[in-house]
Design a protein around this ligand. Structure first.
Ligand code: KIV
Length: 276
């Protein structure tokens, strides 16, 4: 059954952890949904994982919507969170609201996620006022990773930690229903989680968050360009996929596939058609 926004919000008060994973296509969405994952995130990480970009920056609204629609078709009963791509919420509240509404109306999302701290509070407020629920995303924000010195731990020093805590409180006040914390020390994630009433979902932020999210392809060992420290590989599918494909390739070339088990036979004799 699809969780409601109210149910997701109340999981924190009830001490129930929220599970979130990325989905970019219909068949994976179906699998995740059948496993009872609470939230499917159509993350802009799809730019790197699915589209081969070097970062998430080039991802467009049209690309996001294409994938969001596929995920919705595969998981009609799941809560789906659509990621606002870089640029979708950076050119003013009006554009942000327009794009947020597209995620809900065209994509069938239940809510959107957007990266940024206090500078995004106005946008969050505008989206929520327009009826678009928002999860905010602070800490390591991949869309602006170059300004943060690369893909590295955030909030290590006390000044940075104070800034992140202030951002968390500001975004809660602006109306965000949840907060994603990426790549920050677990102690800081604990303080933030205990300081706000909305649920936190962590990635590389330790066990004290109210929920966890991972990129599904990382968890399954299907994306081997790099593996961050916080990723736990629950499977190593790349070698299994490679050896299956190699076997198929070999069998096609040596005539081993398809054999009788994978072919259709009939009692008709077709050979005279050659002479007709
Ligand atoms: O785009 C994404 O997949 C994300 C996760 C890293 C949380 O934002």
């Amino acid at each position: 059954m699809r969780k409601t926004l109210a149910e997701i919000r109340s999981m924190k008060a009830e001490g129930k952890k929220i599970s979130m994973l990325t989905a970019y296509d219909s068949s994976m969405a179906r699998l995740l949904s059948s496993c009872g994952v609470d939230v499917l995130l159509v993350g802009d990480s799809l730019g790197m994982v699915m589209l081969g970009y070097d970062s998430t920056v080039p991802v467009t609204m049209e690309e996001m919507l294409h994938h969001v629609k596929a995920v919705r078709r595969g998981a009609p009963d799941s809560f789906i969170l659509g990621d606002m791509p870089f640029g979708a919420n950076h050119t003013g509240e009006r554009d942000a609201v327009k794009n947020g509404i597209r995620f809900l109306k065209e994509g069938g999302c239940d809510a959107v996620k957007l990266e940024g701290g206090l500078e995004m509070c106005g946008v969050v407020k505008a989206l929520v006022t327009a009826g678009v629920p928002v999860m905010a995303h602070i800490g390591l924000t991949p869309q602006t990773a170059s300004q943060l010195g690369g893909y590295k731990l955030q909030g290590k020093g006390l000044d940075d930690a104070r800034r992140l805590l202030a951002e968390a409180k500001g975004l809660e006040e602006a109306g965000a229903f949840g907060l994603l914390l990426e790549c920050i020390p677990d102690g800081l994630a604990r303080v933030i989680s205990e300081s706000i009433a909305i649920p936190t979902v962590g990635i590389g932020a330790g066990v004290h968050c109210d929920g966890q999210v991972l990129v599904t392809h990382d968890l399954l060992g299907m994306f081997d360009k790099f593996t961050p420290k916080f990723v736990k590989k629950y499977a190593d599918l790349s070698p299994i996929i490679k050896s299956s494909i190699q076997q198929y390739n070999t069998e096609v070339k040596n005539g081993g596939y398809p054999g009788p088990d994978h072919s259709f036979s009939s009692d008709s004799d077709y050979s005279h058609l050659l002479r007709d």
